[in-house]
Structures are given as structure tokens and as C-alpha cells.
Design a protein. Sequence first.
Length: 481
Amino acid sequence: MTTAIWWIRRDLRLTDNQALHAALAAADHVIPLFILDDNILESEYVGDKQVAFMFSGLAKLDADLQARGSKLILRRGDPPVELMKVVAETGATVVFAERANSPYAKTRDNAVSALVDLTLTAGVSIQAPWEVLKKDETPYTVYTPYKKRWFAMLKTEHRMVLPAPENVPAPNEMPMSLALPVVPELDLPLRYVAGEQAAQEMLNHFIGRKTSGVPALVHYDDQRDFPNVDGTSSLSAHLRFGMLSVRQAANAALDLIQAPQTTKQQRDNASVWLSELIWRDFYMSILYHFPHVNDGNFRADYNKIDWRNDAAEYEAWCAGQTGYPIVDAAMRQLVQTGWMHNRARMIVASFLVKDLLIDWRWGERFFMQHLIDGDPAANNGGWQWAAGTGTDAAPYFRIFNPMSQSKKFDANGDYIRQYVPELAKVPKKYIHAPWEMPPLEQTLASCQIGVDYPKPIVDHKLARERTLAAYKASKEAMKQA
């Protein structure tokens, strides 16, 4: 009787789990193993909300496994060490896992491969980073041609969705397991329910399967940029931990696009949502092929930016006390809920980098500390896009104006008032720039600027000129280097 280990990392699910299916096909018994990695849990890039979501997801996965005659085996420590202990205890001859693409993951998996037969399957992305390449076998660094090639490379295996197994055969004696970890106490409950069942329900609700009413997907392209509207799939956290297969999500979109009964509106909106999933693949490809982006600029032109890195201004940004309502609302949403609307992410990132001239890596780290869906590749890609230092980046001279962004995407100030209660009574006329309120209006709104709500910590117009000069200086310095 042969035994395999299913080493669970970013795949807390049973449906469409390629590593699990490979293990079931290769051995008589399968041991589901999750290792709490102190290298990750103790990192400054991990926060309580993400840990709480993951721990809750582990409990749901254990329950799903027990319903199929198995259970989750939990260990804590250095993965190669703990994995080899389980191999010794069980006589397992092979280990299966979904391939992860971060620099740390590659180093970890190389260390394990030197000790045991490790088979890595696809599953973290829809198409693997080494699949979507130019004809000369080099990686893409611009999204649009990458997307075109992505569609050209779409194969039958990318369109498969493997069912959850009816049972996961366990050996008569399972190895010792730690108790399921206690979910950290949080000031506010998590925004989303963890686990595969919740993810499947959210997907079905979003695309309109098994639900009544108009699904959000039908208006996705029209509504996804408005932070006060529930117009997105909200699946990012479940995709981050593999509680939902990204291949299943992509196929849900592709099925709608290709179905003859799909309306043009549904087809167009499904295509836009699929493009967002392809962006996720693209950023994973960038991190895989260009690992230096993990802690450095993709574009060397900007390696000599003279960042101001003012600690007091950074703290004001973190706390949602910049004096710019749309920025403050977004930052408070992040800290309170562990999530931030994507349009808001672009606004606050631009503000930190382009208005305050603070290194994008400071913001990237803060996001990872608070986002439940904090994904190393997507988070890095998004921050470098906003900073103008990455692939397919916004030009350095494109600097978001927080007031115009606020007026365009939160016209009535509903999002602002939800997260910045000091401004609840401020009239629509002044909600985007409350410092323009006359003294009488401030009194009527119970909001004294500089007392109840801060004055702007920076003048946007002056900050813009300062940033343009800093970026130009870096480009010139790199030419001369």
C-alpha cells in the first residue's frame, strides 16, 4: 500500500485541486498536510486579519476532509524539516503540491526537492508563468500582448474543473497533528466568510448561477470603479488562499462569453472580469521571471529617486488622517475591514508615492500587513504600476488628483461618510475638499477643519511639481551612471 502527502499551501479546497487529484491517482493513501511556516507567519508582511482568515479556512478544510474519511494534519516549523518528519512517520514515498512562484517559495521547494520526491502541479495561476512566453521564449513585460498570447495558449487542460473527490483515503494510522490554531481576536469581524463553500456561493452569486435577481457581473464594467457600490466579485481573498480555484473562476467567465444564450452585456462584462483574472496571471509571471521586483524597481530608471520618506506624513497616511477625504476613507476601510476597493487602492497608492514622495515599498508592506487578500505578486505589481516603476506602469507624469478622483467615483460622498464620520454632515459641495468650507459651514457641519478633521498635509499642486522633478532627476542620474 503506497502513501502520498498532499502538501497544502495556497490551495485550501477540494474542488479543482490538481495536487490533490495527482496524489489520489498516484497512491493508495493520501495524507493532507499543512505546515504553519514561521518564516511566513512571523514576517512583517503578514497581519492578523490575513492570519485569521487563513486559520478559519483551515478549520473549514478540516471539516470537509473529515466528511470524506480523512482529516487535516497540521504541523508548525520549517517546512523541509517538518515535511521530512511526516515522511519518516508515514513511509510516504512522494509529495504533491501546487507550484508557487515567489522567490521564497522557489527556494523552499528546491530545498524539499533535495530531500524527497516532490511533484509540483499547476493551480495557483490559470496558466503557468513558463507557459505564456513570446515566440523567442522570453517573458512578456507588457500586459496587452501577454493577454493576446494567453488566449492563444489556452488549452483543454485550462478549461477543466476537477470535481471534489467523494473520499480521501487515509491510512489506518494518521501521523500526529497539532490542534487547529485559534483564530486571532480582531477588533471587527472579518469582511468575508472563509472556506470553499463560501467561495463557491460567492462565485455563483456574482455570475448569476443558482441565484435570483440581476447578478453583479452584468454591471461589472459599469460599477467596478465605484467604491460605494458592491459591484465586484469580492473573491480576491478566497483566490489568494486557493479556497476557490482561479481556473474555475476563469472558466465561469469563459462559459458565459461562449454560451449562445448569453447577452452582449453579459458577454462584455464577463470579458472585463476575465481580463482582471489574466492580470493576476501576468503579475505572477513577472514575479517568476523577474524576482528582483520582490524588493526593487522593475524599471531601473527610477533607482535613484530621492524619496522624502517623511515618517509623520506616512503615519498620517496609514491612519487615514491626510486631510484628503477619499484617501482617508480608503485607508480606514483597509485598517477596519482588511479590504480596500481597487479604485481606492490606486488613489491611495498614487497619493503616497506621488503626493508625499514616499517609497512605494512602504505602502506595499502596509497593504500586506492589513489586506486579507494580500498577494505578493498582485500587490507588488499594483504598487509598481502606481509608482510608475513597474511593467505596464502608469507614466511617471500621470499623477492622480485626489479631489477629481473623489468627485468622479464617489460623487455624493457616500463612501467618504461611511468611513470618515467626522464629515457626515458636510454638504456635498464641500465633501471632496472640506478645507474650502467657510467658517459658518464648518460650524453647521460640526466639523472644524484642523480640529475635528485635519487640514491637508500637502498641497497637491506643489507636490505634483516636486514629484515630477524627482522622477526626471532619477532618469537623468541613471543615464549618467
